[in-house]
Design a protein. Structure first.
Length: 298
C-alpha cells in the first residue's frame, strides 16, 4: 500500500473528487472546472452545490458509525490521504478503511436521488461514484470499496464495488493525459454552456458560418419559440376568461373539487428607479455591473 501523507495542496494532484469530472461523468463539475482549479486555483463554487458537499462532510462520521453498527466491520483508519507510487500527481483521500482491507466511502443522498441506487450489496450505484471508487483502489491497492449510504434521514444502505484492473488502467491513462494538459496549459474542450461562458464571457465581435447541423438547430429553436409564444397567448386568453367569470370570488370549484384560487396578495418591493431618483449618491454605491451574453433570434 502507498504511504499515507498529510494535507495536500489540491493544485498539485488529481484526487477522487476530480476523476468523474475528467471522464465527463460528474453531475457537478466539467473537465474545464478541474483544469481551472489546478491552473488558476480553487474556482468560485455554486452555493447550492457547496451546500450539498458541506452536508455530506457533516454526516460522514455518523454514516461510518452506522456502517460499523449494521455490519460489524472494524474501521482502522479514517480520512487518510495517499499518493500514487509512480505518479505523485495522483492521490486519494479515503473516508475510512476496514481491518479486512476495504476502502470505505460514505455518502448522503436526498430522497429524490434514491432511484439512482439499486439493490444493496451490489455495485448498482451512480457511475461517478464508481469512478471515484476505482481511483481510490488504484492508489491504495484495496480489493474493493464499500459504500455506506444514507438516503433521506432513515434509509441506510450498503453497496460494494469490486476492483477492476481494466477499468483502473483506463482511468489511470486518462488521468495521466489530463495532467499533461495541465502542465502544458492546454485547456480541455468546453462541454457545457457554462464552460463557454467562462471561457468567452465577452464576444469577440467576430462572425462564424453555421454548419448544416447548426442551421437545423436554429430552425428548430425558432419554431419552438413561436409555438411557445402562441401557447402563452392561449394561456392568457383562458386566464382572462376565467377571471371575467369569477369577478369578486376567491375560489373556483366544480362540485366538490377545487379548481383554482384567485386571491388578493399584497407585495412590497423596492422600486429602483424611484430610489435612484431620490437618492442618486446612495444608489451608486450599491450598483454593480454584470456581464452576460444574450442569444437573440433574427
Amino acid at each position: 500500500m502507498n504511504i499515507a501523507v498529510g494535507q495536500l495542496d489540491r493544485q498539485t494532484y488529481l484526487g477522487g473528487s476530480d476523476i468523474a469530472a475528467i471522464l465527463g461523468l460528474s453531475p457537478y463539475r466539467t473537465p474545464l472546472d478541474v483544469y481551472l482549479d489546478k491552473v488558476e486555483g480553487k474556482q468560485p463554487e455554486d452555493p447550492a452545490k457547496a451546500k450539498i458537499f458541506k452536508r455530506g462532510t457533516r454526516l460522514e462520521p455518523y454514516i461510518l458509525d452506522m456502517l460499523v453498527e449494521e455490519t460489524g466491520l472494524e474501521l482502522v483508519k479514517r480520512g487518510e490521504r495517499y499518493r500514487d507510487n509512480e505518479h505523485d500527481f495522483l492521490a486519494a483521500e479515503i473516508d475510512a478503511e476496514a481491518a479486512t482491507g476495504e476502502n470505505i466511502e460514505a455518502k448522503s443522498v436526498n430522497q429524490f436521488g434514491a432511484k439512482e441506487w439499486g439493490t444493496e450489496w451490489t455495485d448498482e450505484i451512480p457511475v461517478h461514484y464508481t469512478a471515484q471508487a476505482m481511483h481510490g483502489m488504484m492508489i491504495t491497492g484495496a480489493p474493493c470499496t464499500v459504500f455506506p449510504v444514507l438516503i433521506g434521514i432513515d434509509d441506510f444502505r450498503v453497496y460494494k464495488v469490486n476492483r477492476d484492473e481494466e477499468t483502473i488502467a483506463g482511468i489511470r491513462a486518462k488521468e495521466v493525459e489530463f495532467w499533461q494538459r495541465i502542465q502544458s496549459k492546454e485547456a480541455p474542450e468546453a462541454t457545457t454552456v457554462g464552460d463557454i461562458e467562462r471561457l468567452f464571457a465577452r464576444d469577440h465581435g467576430s462572425v462564424v458560418q453555421a454548419t448544416d447541423e447548426i442551421v437545423e438547430a436554429y430552425k428548430a429553436l425558432k419554431d419552438l419559440k413561436k409555438r411557445i409564444k402562441l401557447l402563452e397567448d392561449d394561456a392568457d386568453d383562458y386566464a382572462k376568461q376565467i377571471k371575467l367569470f369569477m369577478r369578486e370570488h376567491q375560489i373556483l370549484k366544480f362540485g366538490a373539487e377545487t379548481l383554482l384560487t384567485w386571491k388578493t396578495q399584497d407585495t412590497t418591493r423596492l422600486v429602483p428607479d424611484l430610489f435612484r431618483a431620490a437618492h442618486p449618491r446612495i444608489a451608486r454605491k450599491f450598483e454593480r455591473t454584470t456581464t452576460s451574453r444574450v442569444l437573440r433570434l433574427k
